[in-house]
Design a protein around this ligand. Structure first.
Ligand SMILES: C[S@@+](CC[C@H](N)C(=O)[O-])C[C@H]1O[C@@H](n2cnc3c(N)ncnc32)[C@H](O)[C@@H]1O
Length: 360
């Protein structure tokens, strides 16, 4: 006679094998369905053990593109914004994204990794820094999913304003909640330019590992702009071959006083300033004439040569999205928003790669 325990063991072996066969078949089917607009998650990245991942606040998929490139299996993703969900589906069809308010979802699949970049409008550069704003409390939703799924690890990305001033109370709140949920945490501000992204962009990353696991996470060391490291990635390389004046793909409004209250231009040989979500505030294209400082918060062009803001495809390239990423959904303004909201995929790859030994 089989004991119940033995029966359970046999069942779990059978289930595991069925799961493996299904997963391989789906992968093969997926390979066959690749179209030119589909990012091949198998290309040039090492294969790894299947790690089921839930992604919250997924946007157009900057973070999830990085995950799929590394071989993670995004089994469930979510965003409130239909334009972002459609763009996500166009580019990462192998993952399932559900469109809707996260507060309305109660059931989640099992997963080893949970990731999320909850919005914190009140902390963005030039924003109101209003730490009472309701958007700033979306981390409670993340915490709810964390406690329900209990993954091995989680990764959060947010604007670096969260680590300063009054906002630090909210960061402390998050750290406290996640520790109480049973996770060991580390956090750090990383600059995307230090990891080969042609843009200076400082963001806070939180990485948590469940306390019963002995794995210790370390943030990656910068690969660029360090002594002995590689030089900063340039706008010249990122924008090579793109049209000079892509009419209809950038904001043509006049440069108002607020826009000219700081230097919005960097040379071709440098990384760009931070790519923001509002199309009126994106940096200048490097072909624009340099700006010079008149006095505090006032800059002017050094010549009357044509000047323009970056186009959305250029912003995507400076965020590290591959050229084949499809931007067909929403208005031009929406595309700027999705791109500026996104986590630069190369930076995210660097952060998540250091978690991979947890599952090897
Ligand atoms: C910073 S962006 C995420 C960027 C994304 N991780 C990427 O790399 O492309 C935050 C996203 O949260 C979404 N969002 C805001 N409130 C939400 C809610 N209540 N439920 C689900 N998504 C929400 C926004 O639509 C936005 O796309």
């Amino acid at each position: 006679m089989f004991s119940v325990r033995r029966l359970r063991e046999i069942l779990s072996i059978i289930c595991f094998d069925v799961q493996k066969i299904l997963s391989r078949t789906l992968d093969r089917l997926y390979q066959k369905t690749l179209t030119p607009g589909t990012i091949n998650r198998f290309s040039s990245y090492e294969p790894m053990k299947r790690v089921r991942t839930i992604s919250l606040f997924s946007g157009c998929g900057g973070s999830d593109l990085a995950l799929t490139q590394l071989g993670f299996d995004v089994v469930w993703a979510n965003d409130l914004w239909s334009v972002a969900c459609s763009t996500y589906k166009d580019n990462i069809p192998q993952s399932r994204i559900e469109c809707g308010d996260i507060a309305d979802f109660a059931q989640f699949p099992a997963a080893e990794l949970l990731v999320g970049c909850y919005p914190c409008q009140g902390f963005t550069q030039g924003g109101r820094r209003d730490w009472g704003e309701s958007l700033n409390f979306l981390y409670r939703e993340f915490d709810r999913v964390l406690r329900s799924v209990k993954p091995d690890a989680f990764v959060v990305e947010n604007v670096n304003g969260m680590a300063f001033g009054d906002s630090r109370r909210l960061l402390a709140n998050q750290l406290c909640r996640y520790r109480l949920a049973g996770y060991r945490l580390v956090w750090k501000i990383l600059d995307a330019a230090d990891y080969g992204v042609p843009q200076t962009r400082r963001r806070v990353f939180l990485v948590g590992v469940r306390s019963d696991l002995s794995f210790k996470y370390h943030f990656p060391e910068p690969s660029h702009r360090t002594i002995g490291g590689q030089p900063a990635a340039s706008q010249r390389a990122a924008l090579a071959g793109m049209p000079n004046w892509p009419v209809g793909e950038f904001n043509e409004e006049p440069f108002h006083w607020y826009y000219l209250s700081r230097n919005r231009r960097r040379d071709w040989s440098e990384p760009s300033p931070c790519i923001v979500g509002h199309w009126r505030h994106v940096p200048l294209h490097p072909s624009s004439p340099p700006l010079r400082r008149i006095h505090t918060d006032k800059w002017e062009f050094t010549s009357s040569a044509p000047a323009r803001r970056l186009a959305y495809r250029e912003c995507a390239a400076l965020q590290g999205f591959p050229r084949e990423f499809v931007w067909n959904r929403g208005s031009v303004r929406d595309r700027f928003q999705m791109i500026g909201n996104a986590v630069p995929p190369p930076l995210y790859r660097s952060v998540v790669r250091n978690l991979q030994p947890l599952w090897s």
